[in-house]
Design a protein. Structure first.
Length: 433
């Protein structure tokens, strides 16, 4: 039994109310269970409970075992002096206040429906990667949509907190934050670390200072990425030579230290995903959109951003090179639809949502959610896994929800605190068998 499940059962009053009694035999009538409290202190605030003939208003604390009160050292915390009822699964000991007054205790074990406990056991003992996967067909579509939408918002909020921390490290400069977030997204997982280090080592203000020169933008990006070192003469041609000469001047001017080229992953990559191609696309975007924050985050016209990404055409050199100095057949180098979609999902939408919270503009947060609703769903091994269990995945809002569901609950076997797991455990119409 987990404390989170008991909190859910208490919050929604999912247990028998017939002949409720404290462990010392007093009658209990729950007028209000209170409001769940996630900060330090009791689990529920402002509860109203009648015990025998007296009505009490105060807090409720939830534990698996009564002895957890001492295990968590609540006896030393003044915040727990206002507890009027101690709700436990198993009352293994009585709890008294400092003045030796007994704290009323409700042992829920005998009041929880057996079918709830049975479903809880099935989920927690399941070996399926999605323990509730066989039950989704029985969940009403409206309920499922509501749960997934809430999970997608939770993911945006969690991402927002990460962005706020990065904003602090970026001296509260939203242009710098947009640049770093966009750079990380251009790594597309396989080279995300390289792009992250690149943005950390090359401030956006330097790029802005040279924003009117495509040659210098490319030179700064490729040089700082460590791909203009000149150690291999085969990698030197007229184009690379120009970039190298320009970078050496800028490197000295700004005292830059290039990254080790060994950080870039080339193994098992489709040629279009080679770091040189992604860096060329990134360079072209920086040149084409000299004000990233206003051009991508504040910009309300999503079609304009879509066109900006779709129309990026890196220098002609990269149409015949996947790597510096190595000629290939002519190939496309523009951003594909899937890549653009991932940039919207992983960069533009989270930044819009975070800035909406930061500035108090709820409309901006709504635009971020709408962007996910209007974007195609992602296809990866996790979303395909959920799809095999008939989970809906009709937009990026849903695919983001499924990723959140897997990482926060399924992967950690936290069915007891998962909204879908809780629904399965407590709904009489849903079965995991």
């Amino acid at each position: 039994m987990k404390e989170e499940l008991l909190q859910y059962l208490w919050q929604h009053q999912i247990f028998s109310h017939n002949d409720l009694k404290t462990t010392d035999g007093r009658d209990i009538h729950i007028i209000s269970p209170g409001m769940i409290h996630h900060d330090a202190g009791p689990d529920f605030k402002q509860a109203v409970i009648r015990i025998n003939d007296y009505i009490w208003a105060g807090d409720v604390e939830i534990h698996v075992n009564g002895s957890d009160w001492f295990k968590h050292k609540h006896q030393y915390d003044s915040k727990y002096l206002s507890v009027i009822l101690h709700v436990v699964y198993q009352a293994d000991m009585e709890i008294v206040r400092k003045d030796n007054e007994l704290i009323p205790t409700l042992e829920l074990k005998s009041y929880i429906p057996e079918e709830v406990l049975e479903e809880y056991r099935k989920l927690t003992l399941s070996t399926n990667p999605v323990p509730c996967g066989k039950s989704t067909a029985d969940i009403p579509s409206l309920t499922m949509s509501s749960i997934l939408s809430a999970l997608a918002i939770d993911r945006l909020i969690r991402r927002q907190e990460q962005l706020f921390r990065l904003l602090g490290k970026s001296h509260n400069d939203w242009n710098e934050l947009t640049y770093k977030t966009l750079s990380n997204s251009f790594g597309f997982k396989i080279n995300a670390t390289g792009f992250e280090l690149l943005a950390q080592s090359l401030p956006y203000k330097i790029l802005q200072h040279h924003g009117d020169s495509k040659l210098q933008i490319y030179a700064l990006i490729f040089g700082q990425a460590g791909l203009l070192s000149g150690d291999n003469p085969e990698e030197t041609d007229e184009y690379i030579g120009k970039l190298r000469d320009e970078y050496e001047y800028l490197r000295y001017k700004y005292r830059l230290t290039p990254l080790n080229p060994g950080i870039w992953n080339l193994l098992r990559l489709r040629p279009i995903n080679f770091p040189s191609i992604r860096l060329a696309q990134f360079s072209e975007l920086l040149f084409s959109c000299p004000d990233l924050f206003n051009g991508l985050v504040i910009q309300e016209n999503i079609c304009h951003i879509q066109e900006l990404f779709s129309n990026l055409r890196p220098d002609d050199y990269w149409q015949t090179h996947f790597q510096a100095g190595k000629i290939t057949r002519t190939h496309p180098v523009h951003l594909g639809k899937d890549s653009i979609n991932l940039l919207f999902i992983n960069c533009i939408a989270p930044l819009k949502f975070a800035f909406g919270s930061f500035s108090g503009q709820e409309i901006m947060k709504s635009k971020a959610v709408e962007l996910l609703e209007d974007s195609p769903s992602e296809s990866n091994h996790i979303t395909r896994l959920f799809y095999s269990y008939s989970f809906p995945n009709k937009s990026a809002l849903y695919s983001q929800a499924l990723l959140e569901l897997y990482s926060s609950f399924c992967k950690k076997k936290r069915c007891y605190s998962c909204p879908i797991g809780q629904y399965v455990m407590t709904s009489p119409t849903v079965s995991t068998s």
